[in-house]
Design a protein around this ligand. Structure first.
Ligand code: ADE
Ligand code: ZN
Length: 322
């Protein structure tokens, strides 16, 4: 029989969550009022109605509007603190949180306000719940590689609090090879590295991500279309940070009963379950575990394996030298 384990009781890591994607509709409206930011929505209902996405780009267009309300150090601190308390309630003991500084630099928010706010939120949540949080700063692939390299340099004053670098935003047309120098630079400087790949892009995007030296693949679900790639991921023990409700809401795999997580798990790939942008996709990490449990008939042992894998795939230690 499945479903006897309370998902929240499984100690787990969340390895794929965008801090900006944890901004709940009511908090978004409150910040818009506080900072006098004009939005296309006036109520929580209108905000939620805008969350009817057709693909990744339709989501990103809304996500970047939401980012406009985060203006001050305290906003970033509150956002990080709220997310971590919510994650701790889901059994998360370690969260590796993506954040895209380029968005806020373009909106005129100084890096120090962004980062020191986030670290305040991390420290407060840790003092209150014991949850351990680390920051992954993510470059946006719709921008240039030179922009990404300039971002890395600008972040160096906070290097000791940044665990790794990622790559997100519009995947199609912006393959990982466009960022080969970015990944070589961050690896040379001793950081961990990961990239979104195989969300909307095909298995070739995942292969390219491996070629540029990332240690984890964010999403990676389209790898399942290529059995040789699946075998490679399993053999090389490359963790995938899979986000089922995101895949459903962005029509990557709209029918969760056909989600590739089952194929990947059965092939021995290190699959982890995560929330991506929980306020936009209707579920935090435990909701994602329950959604795949119900859709794919996962046993308690399989749920425990997913949680254990997430803990073993964290970057709590230094990067392996390649
Ligand atoms: N940024 C926030 N969420 C994302 C996703 N699912 N894919 C790519 N970039 C993102
Ligand atoms: Zn993501």
């Amino acid at each position: 029989m499945t479903g006897r384990t309370r998902v929240e009781d499984l100690p787990k890591a969340e390895l794929h969550v965008h801090l900006e994607g944890t901004l709940e509709a009511d908090h978004l409206l409150e910040l818009a009022r506080r900072h006098d930011v004009a939005l296309p929505w006036r109520s929580v209902e209108e905000v939620r109605a805008a969350y009817a996405f057709t693909d990744l780009q339709s989501f990103l267009d809304v996500f970047f509007v939401g980012c406009r309300v985060l203006r001050e150090r305290q906003d970033f601190a509150d956002l990080a603190h709220r997310y971590l308390l919510r994650a701790a309630a889901d059994g998360v003991v370690r969260a590796e949180v993506f954040f895209g500084v380029q968005t806020f630099l373009a909106l005129g928010v100084p890096l120090a306000d962004q980062l020191e706010g986030i670290f305040d939120g991390f420290d407060r949540a840790r003092a209150e719940t014991g949850i351990d949080a680390a920051l992954i700063t993510s470059a946006q692939r719709h921008r240039t590689e030179d922009d990404a390299l300039a971002m890395v340099d600008a972040l160096m004053p906070w290097a000791d609090r940044i665990v790794g670098f990622g790559l997100g935003s519009t995947e199609l047309g912006n393959p990982p090879s466009k960022f080969a120098r970015y990944f070589a630079t961050v690896r040379d400087r001793g950081f961990h590295a990961t990239a979104h790949a195989g969300e909307e892009g095909g298995p070739d995007y995942v292969r390219e991500a491996l070629d540029v030296g990332v240690e984890r693949i964010d999403h990676g679900v389209r790898s399942a279309e290529d059995p040789d790639l699946v075998a490679l991921l399993a053999r090389e023990r490359v963790p995938l940070t899979v986000c089922p409700l995101s895949n459903q809401r962005l029509h990557v795999t709209p029918d969760l009963t056909a989600h590739p997580l089952r194929t990947l798990l059965d092939a021995g790939v290190l699959v982890t379950v995560n929330s991506d942008d929980p306020s936009y996709f209707g579920g935090y990490v435990a909701d994602n575990y329950r959604a795949v449990r119900d859709a794919l008939d996962l046993t308690d042992e399989e749920l425990e394996r997913l949680a254990r894998t997430s803990l073993s795939a964290t970057w709590a230690g230094p990067p392996a030298t390649s």
